[in-house]
Design a protein around this ligand. Sequence first.
Ligand SMILES: Cc1cc2nc3c(=O)[nH]c(=O)nc-3n(C[C@H](O)[C@H](O)[C@H](O)COP(=O)(O)OP(=O)(O)OC[C@H]3O[C@@H](n4cnc5c(N)ncnc54)[C@H](O)[C@@H]3O)c2cc1C
Length: 547
Amino acid sequence: MPERERRWNGWGVAGERLSVPDAARAFLTERLGSGDPLPAVPEAEVKLPAPRPLPPLPLPAATDDASRLRHACGSSLPDLIALRTGTVAAYPDAVCAPDTPEQVVELLCAAAAGGVTVIPRGGGTSVTGGVTVSAVDRPVVVLSLERLRGIVALDRGSQLARVRAGTLGPELEAALAPHGLRLGHEPQSFEFSSVGGWVATRSAGQRSTGVGKVDDLVAGLEVATETGLWRLAAQPASAAGPELRRLLIGSEGRLGVITEATLRLRPLPECEDGLAVLLPGWAAGVDVCRALLQNGVPVETMRLADPEETRFGMTLVALSPLAARASRMLFSRRRYRSGCLLLLGWAGTTQGMTLAEQTAARHWRAAGGFAVGRAGWRRWRADRFRHPYLRDELLTAGWGVDTLETAAPWSGLEAVYGGVREALQRAAASLGTRVVVGCHLSHAYRDGASLYFTFLWPLARGREVAQWGALKGAANDALLAAGGTLSHHHGVGTIHAPYLEREVGRTGVAALAALAHALDPAGVLNPGVLLLRTTDHGPRTTGGGEG
Ligand SMILES: Cc1cc2nc3c(=O)[nH]c(=O)nc-3n(C[C@H](O)[C@H](O)[C@H](O)COP(=O)(O)OP(=O)(O)OC[C@H]3O[C@@H](n4cnc5c(N)ncnc54)[C@H](O)[C@@H]3O)c2cc1C
């Protein structure tokens, strides 16, 4: 698969963009006013400090400015702001890309002996500061997994594939398809994120309601540590002590470098499709989602947008004048003034899909909903990996945008939904600004669901990161106070690390720290990610998001 050049200071492929539709600009101008545009400095103007000297390393190390710049940051909003404004806090001193798992071990040993910090990096799409280089007094090497790619072995009978950690989403699915198999794990970052990154962060895909999070798709692992390669072979289930694979899933590069994952596959579906349903309100929509899950209706993709996200989402879709008029009329009808759009996707046999849709229809009709057709679903499917390009365009236009996600049991979902929205509004007011907060229920389970919030605000020049930190910190505090999890799928990184103790307790943090010490005694890997550095202060209770 040909490699496409990534944009160094924004999302996706260099040269690709998605402009903000006029209707969306009008919506944001009306709701937020205009902000200060955030132009992007040209690469030639970014001046890097000279790399620090490194001890001898067992493989070539790139120390040129372009490599160091492209491996300094991930994809969080503060990362993006730093790249655009030429204010990156720290750069790696070198980038190494091993060809084999054994070379990863050798690099870790050399780093431990030579006092070097190592940051494992897959696709670099972390939104939690997981690959952001921070100023440390030791040399920093980014260990790029870009050359550890491809399928090592396929066990068709067991529907298992051993996959190298640096393999990206599209190449994995392209390699599986000729065998009539798929993984079906499709985070929105699918095109640029890696198998190892998914496992390290416990990611979720857009089909996760049906196929499960990556946690459910990992059957076995190979992890490089200073002491060698640690192989946990694939097993369908086991009672051989605690589940060590699960400890490594979500370890965010603190416990070792994942070099290979054995993944659970499923047959390619005979067909797939979906449709959009309009429901009269958020509570009705949540009830429908819960009923579908608890009644075992086999939905693969489920996304329920709240009224705000439904309205903003409509402005992003280029509707024909007739369709735009029809939707305005619909939304002005009393019953659907707070309408919520639910996208439902199925995959399987034609017969199975028809049955699932008919069963689902009984639930949405009982809640006052009606199907608005397949076009909305298909449109979303076609554009879903392009939407992230909007973030760059919005920044250029003067609006900040970020997302955060959580999960809670059904009984606690409303408290989290209300708490986060209110906290963001309060934080914006205390900043003397305004915020638009949209939310969608993005993955559902029998016992609860994930909520994914998007918030937008007008940027104030020079205060972009401070504004973001105040909003993000308030939202984090609110979701934890309301009983939500710190993260359903983005992980902890450095941005959420100060909050982890509030979720897992002091004992949990101590257990993780002991494990990290056992597997990485020299403290080489990802300091500050997942667990605070010993020099960092304890968990913040307010406004702690600034990364
Ligand atoms: C536009 C956009 C959309 C996104 N959509 C989703 C989504 O739908 N669902 C979702 O779950 N997430 C999403 N994310 C977040 C991100 O894509 C995921 O966290 C993804 O799993 C990261 O994979 P990566 O290969 O890019 O990892 P990286 O960003 O390179 O690394 C993430 C963390 O894992 C560690 N790491 C990476 N590889 C390894 C390895 N082999 N061994 C040990 N540690 C490793 C890194 O050190 C870092 O701490 C999105 C991000 C963006 C920017």
